[in-house]
Design a protein around this ligand. Sequence first.
Ligand code: L14
Length: 336
Amino acid sequence: MIMKRKPNLAVVGATGLVGSTFLNVLEERDFPFENLYLMASAKSAGKIVAFRGKDYRVEELTEHSFDKPIDIALFSAGGGTSEKFSPIAAANGAVVVDNSSAWRMDVDVPLVVPEVNPEAIAQRKKGIIANPNCSTIQAMVALKPIYDKYGIKRIIYSTYQAVSGSGLKGIRDLEEGLKGNDLKAAYPHPIAGNCLPHIDVFLDNGYTKEEMKMIDETHKILGDARIAVTATTVRVPVFHSHSESINVELEKAFDVEEVKKLLANAPGLVLVDNPANDEYPLARETAGRDEVFIGRVRRDFSVENGLNLWVVADNIRKGAATNAVQIAEKLLDALV
Ligand code: L14
């Protein structure tokens, strides 16, 4: 497709872990732009960030930040900031791609994984597109080809989530904890040596908000609320990449080898499944990669048409920054 001109870009929350990864991914993918504006809270304003051989001064995010012409604004500045500033950016003509959970379940906001439901991008009635939760994104890349071919009745998610999901604070908590110094800055308990069945806040139904995000976002992205979904999300002492055990009940009968072939050819997915050689997706090996990795593909004998999967991806790359930049790439074609 022919791009008519280069966009003016804004990165909001540019100094955070996801924000700085936005910049790395934009640079690696040679994302075209005319002007680039880096924005952050007053605390980080004034910092100098180098990008493609040029120094950029981080400006403070205010109501007037979007007075200048901006086509695409990549937000990763938390839910509260997004609630306030995304509508301002959109009213001034920008398309917002937001990484927070603020807009994901809004019926007028598409929730997009480009390999799964790119067609939803066009339905951006508010000028805002939401980037799904990191754990949901990698699950969707793995489950979409299976859903399309066999149908899905029920999903059981069990996650093993990296501390990078909590940003630089989480990384520091684990680094210090491994040295015997439990900061408990990011979590209510020490993360070193523990698995914490607690991500985001607890809700009245006994689930955590992270668990409910996986359930609700799965329904929205696949466009099928009839799928029975449950989740247990766990923080583990791993720096980068979320791992997930995904147990699914399919509608139709399947052949395991056929499923493996389907997964090996699916967009954005890499099959690593060679138990004889101790080969399966691992957090440390997938850190820094943009694809979703899948292995341990095997029949669940305990139910009819049951399937077990192990899915691993870098939660800051495909789980956040890469997915958002892929959405922005799709927007380029629509620029006038
Ligand atoms: O909903 O691993 O975008 O702490 C991203 C980070 C949820 C929690 C979101 C993590 C958050 C997640």
